[in-house]
Write a protein that binds this ligand. Structure first.
Ligand code: TXA
Ligand code: MG
Length: 337
């Protein structure tokens, strides 16, 4: 496996050796780990079933779980999904950006069944990431890409985290530094009359509702029910350590993940401790979420106590990921994505 360091702002991205190598790897039907603005993705040609099968085996992912296809622009995305007025409005407002639309699959779409998991809907996204956009444009392919972690593990926000998790299962990693948003895209399904939030993410529910002019329903399935998005299984983003939520105090030896300044009483007894945002900024907290969880997990503490986090704006996505990290991994519903 080779890690190529890419300067994401480089105007001559397509001239760099690493980028050219990544393009030929995709066209040859192999995998490339590539940064998006949310997390690093594990990309393959979405029209090539053999290439997409490699995603599932590299991740060790249950094959019923469909994948998001990434495009460099909305025009290309329209080839594969049926956009109604709501979809057009959301695409106009948030693409490129951390929003995925689940839409009825357009007849003639060349996205393979392994990517849609045989559903008659498709998940489409135009990421705000120069590297991912350029890769899709230069290869002329929609790129299927789940987060570049082993199934059930924390999503990677750095190339190093991808390497630690997937190692030789991925032949090429493009490294453009830490991702900006830090949690995955918001997924909204527009396949019937109700606009449905399948996964809270990098676009806050309130922002999407403002564009739609009405409330989103969901998410459902985060506790007990059938998963809302097929991949939204209860135990997910699992660190090795146990995760304890809404912690106002800690026990000796526990690691601590704070929001705002870490209280002095906690500093005195916590082993490892980090704050998602010293100033209580939710966007900064989202960007730090997975890397801080990884770092605290690596400290070897048996448990991570997490401070309460407001459930507004990006806080909804942060709390969703944290509740999955804290979910019981042994009981019913403990399968992982
Ligand atoms: O930010 C992101 O969305 C990242 C980056 C790499 O783009 N990708 C990502 O992909 O998080 P993944 O595979 O980890 O999550 C995709 C989610 C899964 O929960 C899957 O079940 C859902 O999208 N999904 C895909 N197609 C769907 C469909 N047709 N209907 C409902 N859910 C779908
Ligand atoms: Mg994932």
């Amino acid at each position: 496996m080779t890690i190529w360091r890419i300067d994401a702002k480089l105007a001559e991205l397509s001239e760099t050796e690493g980028f050219r190598h990544a393009c030929s790897t995709i066209v040859a039907g192999d995998l490339v780990a590539v940064p998006t603005e949310t997390v690093y993705g594990l990309a393959a040609d979405a029209t090539n079933p053999l290439a997409c099968a490699k995603i599932y085996s590299a991740k060790g992912r249950p094959s019923f779980n469909p994948l998001i296809s990434h495009f460099s622009n909305t025009t290309d995305a329209r080839i594969h999904g049926l956009f109604d007025a709501r979809a057009e409005a959301l695409a106009e407002a948030f693409w490129p950006g951390p929003l995925t639309l689940v839409l009825p699959r357009r007849e003639g779409s060349t996205i393979c069944d392994l990517v849609t998991a045989g559903l008659d809907s498709v998940a489409l996204r135009v990421p705000d990431s120069p590297v991912m956009q350029a890769l899709s444009q230069a290869t002329g392919r929609p790129l299927a890409a789940p987060s570049a972690n082993r199934s059930g593990r924390i999503s990677p926000t750095t190339a190093k985290a991808v390497d630690e998790d997937l190692g030789d299962a991925v032949p090429v990693i493009l490294d453009a530094g830490p991702t900006r948003v830090g949690v995955e895209s918001t997924i909204i399904a527009l396949i019937d009359k109700e606009a449905r939030l399948l996964r809270p993410g990098g676009i806050a529910r309130e922002e999407a509702e403002r564009v739609l002019g009405g409330p989103l329903c969901g998410p459902t399935g985060s506790r007990g029910d059938a998963p809302a998005a097929p991949g939204m299984l209860l135990s997910h983003y699992a660190p090795r350590a146990k995760v304890r939520l809404d912690a106002h105090s800690i026990t000796p030896g526990e690691a601590y993940l704070g929001f705002g300044p870490v209280p002095e009483a906690i500093c005195e007894i916590a082993g490892a401790r980090l704050s998602l945002s010293e100033t209580g900024d939710l966007a900064e907290a989202a960007a730090h979420l997975f890397s801080h969880l990884r770092a605290l997990d690596a400290s070897g503490a048996p448990s991570i106590a997490v401070a309460p986090i407001p459930n507004t704006g990006l806080g909804e996505a942060i709390n969703d990921r944290l509740s999955r990290a804290a979910a019981d991994r042994t009981g019913a519903g403990a399968r992982t994505d």
